[in-house]
Design a protein around this ligand. Structure first.
Ligand SMILES: *[C@@H]1O[C@H](CO)[C@@H](O)[C@H](O)[C@H]1NC(C)=O
Ligand SMILES: *[C@@H]1O[C@H](CO)[C@@H](O)[C@H](O)[C@H]1NC(C)=O
Ligand SMILES: *[C@@H]1O[C@H](CO)[C@@H](O)[C@H](O)[C@H]1NC(C)=O
Ligand SMILES: *[C@@H]1O[C@H](CO)[C@@H](O)[C@H](O)[C@H]1NC(C)=O
Ligand SMILES: *[C@@H]1O[C@H](CO)[C@@H](O)[C@H](O)[C@H]1NC(C)=O
Ligand SMILES: *[C@@H]1O[C@H](CO)[C@@H](O)[C@H](O)[C@H]1NC(C)=O
Ligand SMILES: *[C@@H]1O[C@H](CO)[C@@H](O)[C@H](O)[C@H]1NC(C)=O
Length: 460
């Protein structure tokens, strides 16, 4: 009886006695989240490292410098000071240009950044972080009315640029020569035309992607992975009736482009991917991952024909709004701070969160387990990913939630991210002993264990 009481009391004392900060990893930056998200995996902790940004979007690491596109400002650099994880970040403005709104790619001392209309190239002197005046390398990209991001990715001697459709459903984008809802690539190994390439000078990499905001080359250097924001307010014709399917359809898509076979069609604006059609369309055989048509002259069967339409490799819940995808390479990371090596090669995707769903969904960061050169889950899975961080009260979203946008791992294995609506920059790293214990203490498991001991004591 006394033993039980001692054990129960011992647990409480141990929790109180834990140091608030572990020796290896300072996490007390002194900054608190505007809307603190829930950590969904005990292996990690998450902290704000900077706030007060205007609207931070893409983020990239280069030469020990974290560079952020702060929409409304330009390019901003953060350099870490003395303490690990969170403390002592210093900020400087590298480029003042309020047109820069999302895209960012860096190679050596060359920085590429995009506005709605242009891709600019800068040279940075890393010793004093001075940046040259811009050279315009692509012009005339302003083809889409309300999807304004032009995401950039470098590979071999190319720059890839992704642009969305002009509107929710843009009929014209079914034609690749229309220029919207597609990815193009531009050569960087020769001379760039004076004034920059025109959009249509770029080689077509893919089309029929409604708004592939996140694009990242896979570890094999041959497969481009894209996360596509699919349509809102969708209806589907079934048995002559128009059925409102928008709440849980269509899926957001994780697509893959084989760079040895480019120029393929990915379905939009005719074909979409089922997430949950069964609960709204009676008698349907459409399951998660299946393709369906919303236009009269294309059948569901034709959408399912991979000669016509390339389906996604994985589905994500409708309206999650995936904006970035990054892979974790655990080689050579600093195990004092890195996220677990068990996640080596896995993909991480930011979900900006829904507006077209009640209750809201998204508003977090998910991990997609990976095996070989593809997701571990099959294409028809609904559970091919899981949240590691998510807004704590989805009912309060969007205004009372963080909204993740850009993601970037540093060489030490920490994942950095931006939240545009809250103006925050945050880091996800290995759980500190204190934060892990506190989370466990607050979990119902510990509550049950402790109250069980107490109850046993009282009864006996
Ligand atoms: C930084 O380097 C650039 C050349 O890369 C030079 O023009 C500039 O004067 C330098 N600034 C300082 C403060 O040294
Ligand atoms: C870069 O800046 C440093 C420090 O100002 C300067 O000494 C160096 O010459 C610059 N490098 C180039 C390539 O201009
Ligand atoms: C990184 O910056 C240092 C100076 O801070 C410079 O010596 C080095 O060449 C830079 N590396 C690259 C890849 O530019
Ligand atoms: C640039 O790279 C492409 C593709 O690898 C190649 O076909 C082309 O000849 C190269 N151009 C120059 C000027 O090196
Ligand atoms: C779906 O149907 C509703 C009701 O008729 C309509 O308001 C909405 O615009 C339709 N959605 C699309 C994408 O056309
Ligand atoms: C279906 O019809 C639309 C509108 O008439 C047209 O733009 C589209 O090209 C057609 N699609 C196919 C696959 O025939
Ligand atoms: C798929 O589409 C291709 C070209 O459009 C066609 O030749 C083929 O017969 C179709 N396959 C099936 C199973 O319908």
């Amino acid at each position: 009886m006394n033993t039980r009481l001692t054990v129960a009391a011992g647990v409480l004392v141990a929790l109180n006695a834990l140091p608030l900060v572990s020796a290896q990893c300072q996490t007390t930056s002194g900054l608190s989240w505007r809307h603190k998200p829930d950590v969904k995996d005990n292996a990690i902790s998450a902290n704000v490292i900077a706030n007060g940004l205007t609207k931070p979007r893409s983020v990239r690491w280069a030469n020990d410098t974290l560079i952020v596109v702060d929409q409304g400002v330009g390019l901003v650099a953060f350099v870490e000071g003395g303490n690990d994880c969170a403390n002592g970040w210093s900020k400087s403005v590298l480029v003042q240009n309020t047109d820069l709104n999302h895209g960012l790619a860096i190679q050596g001392s060359t920085i590429y950044a995009s506005s709605v209309d242009n891709v600019f190239r800068y040279t940075i002197n890393w010793s004093n972080r001075s940046v040259s005046s811009p050279e315009t390398i692509i012009q005339g990209m302003n083809l889409a009315q309300n999807h304004k991001t032009r995401t950039l990715e470098l590979y071999e001697n190319w720059i890839l640029v992704s642009g969305g459709a002009s509107g929710n459903l843009e009929d014209e984008s079914v034609d690749a020569s229309h220029g919207t809802a597609q990815i193009r690539r531009f050569a960087l190994n020769g001379t760039v035309p004076s004034g920059g390439y025109r959009w249509f000078d770029g080689e077509l990499v893919s089309f029929g992607m409604r708004n592939a905001v996140g694009i990242t080359m896979g570890a094999d250097g041959r497969h481009l992975w894209t996360v596509e924001n699919s349509a809102d307010q969708l209806n589907y014709t079934s048995g002559g009736n128009l059925v409102d399917i928008h709440k849980d359809n269509p899926s957001e898509e994780l697509n893959v482009v084989d760079m040895n076979s480019i120029g393929n069609f990915y379905g939009y604006p005719n074909c979409f991917t089922a997430w949950d059609m069964g609960s709204v369309v009676s008698g349907t055989s459409l399951a998660t991952g299946d393709q369906f048509s919303i236009v009269p002259n294309v059948t569901d069967a034709q959408c399912g024909n991979t000669t016509y339409n390339t389906p996604p490799r994985l589905s994500m819940q409708a309206h999650s709004a995936p904006l970035d995808i990054q892979f974790y390479k655990a080689d050579g990371v600093d195990e004092n701070v890195a996220v677990t090596k068990d996640w080596n090669t896995h993909a991480f995707v930011s979900f900006h969160g829904s507006w077209n769903r009640d209750p809201p969904t998204g508003y977090g960061i998910v991990r997609i387990p990976w095996s070989g050169n593809e997701p571990s889950a099959k294409a028809d899975a609904k559970d091919g990913y899981s949240f590691i961080l998510q807004a704590s009260d989805l009912a309060a979203c969007p205004n009372g939630c963080f909204r993740p946008v850009g993601l970037a791992f540093d060489s030490r294995g920490r994942l950095f991210g931006t939240s545009d609506t809250t103006g925050e920059l945050f880091v996800i790293h290995k759980a500190t002993a204190a934060s892990a214990a506190l989370r466990m203490a607050s979990s119902s498991t510990w509550f049950i264990i402790i109250t069980t001991f107490m109850a046993a004591y009282v009864i006996t």
